[in-house]
Design a binder for this molecule. Structure first.
Ligand SMILES: [Zn+2]
Length: 359
C-alpha cells in the first residue's frame, strides 16, 4: 500500500466517522427548523391572472409576489420627484403661475387600466359651496363599501388626516395626475405601494369632517384641483376620454389655499337613512364605533362641545335594525355618551319603540 492509497483510506474512514457522528447528533437532538431559517433559493415562478405579477416559490417552501414591471418604476421621476409621503401637498415649490397652459394627459394608453373609485350619484359637486369652494365630488356610499384605485399608480399618502379628510389615500399616476380618496373607514394600502387600476385601496366611511358615509374624491395635477366629472361619469362608472387636455383654466386657483378640507362634507339625516336601509355591509359594530370616535376627536380638536346640554336634548325612538354604533354616527355622538345618558351598556338589547336620549 503506497502513501497515496493510505491517505485516501484514512480520509474515507474519517469521513465515515464524521457522518455517523452527525447522524447520531441529529437523532439524539431532534430539531424543527423554522421555515424562514432554512436556506432560501428561488425554485420556480408561477404566472398569476395579472400579467405583471408572478409568484416566486423558494426552496424553503415560502413564496412571494414579484412584479418586475412595477419594480422598474421606482426609477421614474414621477415616482421620485416631489414625493412627499407626509404632507397632502407635494408641489409647494411650483407656483400656479409656472404651470403650463395645457397638459395632455394620456389616461389609459399609458396607464393600462381604469376603474371608477365607486359608482353612484354625485351628491355634492365640485365648485362653489357656501363661502368657499368644494375641491372634489362627494358620492354617498354604504359603510365598508370597497373603494378602487382609479388607474395604476403608486400610493403617495395613506393615513388619518387631521385636516378633515379623515382616512385619506392619495395615489399618484404615471401621467402625474393624483387621485384623492377621503373619509375612508379603513385603509387597505400603505405609502409607496404600487397599485393596479381596480385594486381595493380602502373601504368607504365617514371619518374626518364628514356627517354621513360618502367618498370625497379629488383629482389634482401638481396640487391643483379640477372637476373629476370632466373625466369620470360616476353614475355609469365610465371613463369619458382616453386622452384629456387639461387646461390651466380648469384649475381652482385656491387649490392650495390650506391643507385642510375647507368645508365640512355634510349630509342630512334622510340621505344617511336611505343608505342604511338594507345595508348588509354596515353591520360591523367596530367600524361604526371607530368612525364615531374619529368624529368625536375631530370635534374636540375644533373645540366644539359635544352637546351634552339638557336644553338641547335629542331623543331617538328605536326602530328595527338600529344599533348604538349607527345612532352614534347619525347624531355625531359616541356610543359611550348614549350609554351614559341612558344607563345602559354596549350589549344592552335595544327594544323596538324604546326612547333613548342621544344628547
Ligand atoms: Zn367633499
Amino acid at each position: 500500500m503506497n502513501t497515496r492509497t493510505l491517505t485516501l483510506v484514512v480520509l474515507l474512514i474519517l469521513t465515515t466517522l464524521s457522518l455517523s457522528a452527525q447522524r447520531r447528533r441529529s437523532y439524539s437532538r431532534p430539531v424543527s427548523p423554522k421555515l424562514e431559517d432554512l436556506p432560501k433559493r428561488p425554485l420556480d415562478t408561477i404566472p398569476t391572472s395579472d400579467p405583471d405579477t408572478r409568484i416566486i416559490l423558494y426552496s424553503n417552501n415560502t413564496w412571494s409576489y414579484f412584479r418586475p414591471s412595477l419594480q422598474k418604476m421606482d426609477s421614474l421621476p414621477v415616482y421620485t420627484d416631489h414625493w412627499d409621503t407626509t404632507s397632502v401637498f407635494a408641489y409647494k415649490d411650483i407656483p400656479y403661475e409656472n404651470l403650463p397652459p395645457i397638459v395632455e394627459l394620456n389616461l389609459v394608453q399609458d396607464l393600462s387600466g381604469f376603474k371608477a373609485p365607486i359608482t353612484g350619484q354625485v351628491f355634492s359637486k365640485y365648485g362653489p359651496r357656501r363661502r368657499r369652494r368644494h375641491n372634489g365630488v362627494d358620492i354617498p356610499l354604504k359603510l365598508g363599501e370597497p373603494i378602487y384605485a382609479t388607474f395604476d399608480g403608486k400610493v403617495r399618502y395613506a393615513k388619518y388626516n387631521t385636516g378633515g379628510f379623515g382616512n385619506l389615500v392619495i395615489i399618484r399616476h404615471l401621467n402625474g395626475l393624483e387621485t384623492w380618496n377621503a373619509h375612508l373607514s379603513k385603509l387597505n394600502v400603505q405609502v409607496n405601494d404600487y397599485v393596479k387600476a381596480g385594486q381595493v385601496i380602502g373601504f368607504g366611511g365617514s371619518t374626518g369632517r364628514s356627517r354621513g358615509p360618502h367618498l370625497h374624491y379629488e383629482m389634482r395635477y401638481q396640487d391643483q384641483t379640477f372637476d373629476p366629472e370632466f373625466i369620470i361619469d360616476f353614475e355609469t362608472g365610465q371613463l369619458k376620454y382616453q386622452t384629456f387636455a387639461l387646461e390651466k383654466s380648469f384649475f381652482n386657483i385656491h387649490s392650495r389655499a390650506s391643507e385642510i378640507l375647507e368645508e365640512d362634507d355634510e349630509y342630512d339625516i334622510p340621505l344617511l337613512t336611505d343608505t342604511e336601509e338594507g345595508d348588509t355591509l354596515a353591520s360591523s359594530q367596530d367600524i361604526l364605533e371607530r368612525i364615531a370616535e374619529a368624529q368625536q376627536k375631530d370635534r374636540q380638536q375644533q373645540n366644539k362641545p359635544a352637546g351634552i346640554n339638557s336644553s338641547n336634548a335629542v331623543y331617538h325612538t328605536i326602530r328595527s335594525g338600529d344599533m348604538l354604533g349607527k345612532l352614534a354616527i347619525r347624531y355625531g355622538v359616541t356610543v359611550d355618551q348614549i350609554c351614559r345618558l341612558n344607563g345602559i351598556n354596549r350589549n344592552t338589547i335595544l327594544r323596538i319603540g324604546r326612547r333613548l336620549r342621544i344628547k
